[in-house]
Design a protein around this ligand. Sequence first.
Ligand code: HAM
Length: 415
Amino acid sequence: MKFQKSPGTQDILPGAVEKWQYVEGKARDICRRFNFREIRTPLFESTELFQRGVGETTDIVEKEMYTFIDRGERSLTLRPEGTAGVVRSYVENKLFGDPDVSKLYYIGPMFRYERAQAGRYRQFHQFGIEAIGAVDPAIDAEVIALGYTFYTEVGLKDVRVELNSVGTPAVRAAFRERLLEFLNPKRELLCKDCQSRIDRNPLRVLDCKVDQAHFEGAPSILDSLDEECNAHFEKVKQCLTDMGIPYEINHRLVRGLDYYTHTAFEYKAEGIGAIDTIGGGGRYNGLVSDIGGPEQPGVGLGLGLERTILLLDHQQTELPNLHEIDVYIVALGEAADREATRLVYQLRQQGVRAERDYQGRKMKAQLKSADRLGAKFTAILGDNELERGEIALKDMAKGEQRMVAIHALTAELQA
Ligand code: HAM
């Protein structure tokens, strides 16, 4: 019997996992600077939370959720995204009692039953943030800026920010009518997906990649915004400009989740096959109350980590080597081997990344191993050196070798 991973899942092996650690480290570091604090919520929640939170007519709820009945006959769902769970936790733990805005972040796996392809998985990982408790457009801009900073600081180039306002539910309802007037005569020309979407969610039709040619002259939601929506949108743009964050307006941008109001945005970049969206988010002023909490506005984002890493590879971004070894101890002989056990442990306690041989290999094989691990130094210990209390320290980059006292090895390496 041979087992294989399920379609759309991935093993992240040593060699690749260092990239993940690097990217996650950047995310945490940036959150610290922006004063977002980590929240960890369960990987599964009640199915109803996502039906209500994400929206009944979304692709996610209609066809992508991993839903199961547990042994207690509850319907549970593996989280397809992070926002609903965080908002549930915010309400359940009464974080709204906090006088400050709740600024939260998470990094972890999400699950969607999608057709697997490059950049699209069934288990994927998001870095997400949610700021709950303020309507100030400055915080929409701060969220957008945080995502932009993340992409820039991990080393990605040419990431674009696309921005739109999807207004309030009332604005959207009015716009929907205008849009249907435009789309109805074209019904037959549209692709199958759009034909089935047109009555349920005509705004998403405009986002279709296949049918763009038919949308020339389509009405823009931005012309339907009321005064309040307009003022909010203008202020978001102004804050972005003040911070020097570049953005483009895309009045056809709609997100795949139902909870958005006002600000909606996406980060886009080329290089992952047909996929160009690498992250997105927006404001959700009705969500907290929709799932049973008080009227509290929120805004957040979710950035796909697989897509981030695929792009880093595609752009051949140089990353710091997180796995380099400081010193490889080559021990030759029984007494030296025993000393190596002690010495390697001592070095590690003192903060040195140290490795040794465990297979009784000859000197040449041990040196090759040191090379493979990218050791900056090798330290060669034979029984003769041991008697003198010395070890031969070789700088691998310079190719220089000299004798140092064993007790001074840590100090030498740190110098
Ligand atoms: P989303 O647009 O559904 O938003 O997902 C955000 C990001 O997750 C996408 O841009 C993409 O990078 C990544 N992603 C989504 N599905 C997959 C997949 N099947 N495989 C690989 N990557 C994927 C949300 O999830 C919202 N919760 C974001 C948000 C937070 N809005 C407000 N707060």
